[in-house]
Design a protein around this ligand. Structure first.
Ligand SMILES: [Zn+2]
Length: 158
């Protein structure tokens, strides 16, 4: 019998804009720029949301929460993550762990990594040691004006 586990993968990017708050993984980071976008621009929560949705073959974040819908303007991205978790539990699965990589020139994620891990774990209802948060600078990519997030999730039949 095959083990009833699934993986999901998500990717997102948002452009830095001056003078707006920066939120990554639901945590406010001190920076001169924030991430633009129709919701709060939380690139990490969006990548995690798409990873969860992908794991249960649900429609993606853009289909469920269209940027054209004024309802989602400035929305807290935790709402999107919550809906994705509902889809996962509705399909009979629970989250085992997640891993992620942020690609951004600034700010440095290191000082915030523990807080990010803790907060994302709380949002997902899993332990902080089941949340990977890694960060890289975009060497040679020419994407210093943007933040990018990659995320993978593992879910298992509950
Ligand atoms: Zn996004």
């Amino acid at each position: 019998m095959k083990p009833d586990i699934r993986i999901g993968y998500g990717w997102d990017s948002h452009e830095f804009k001056p003078g707006i708050p920066l939120k990554i993984g639901g945590v406010k980071l001190e920076h001169t720029h924030g991430l633009g976008g129709h919701s709060d621009g939380d690139v990490l929560l969006h990548a995690l949301t798409d990873a969860l949705l992908g794991a249960v073959a649900a429609p993606d974040i853009g289909a469920l929460f269209p940027p054209s819908d004024p309802k989602w303007k400035g929305a807290d991205s935790a709402v999107f993550l919550h809906e994705a978790l509902e889809r996962v539990s509705g399909a009979g699965y629970e989250v085992i762990n997640v891993d992620s990589t942020l690609v951004l020139a600034a700010p440095k994620i290191g000082p915030y990594a523990a807080a990010l891990r803790e907060h994302v774990a709380t949002l997902l209802g899993i332990a902080p040691d089941c949340v990977g948060i890694k960060a890289k600078t975009p060497e040679g990519m020419g994407t210093d004006h943007a933040a990018i997030a990659h995320a993978v999730v593992l879910i298992a039949k509950s």
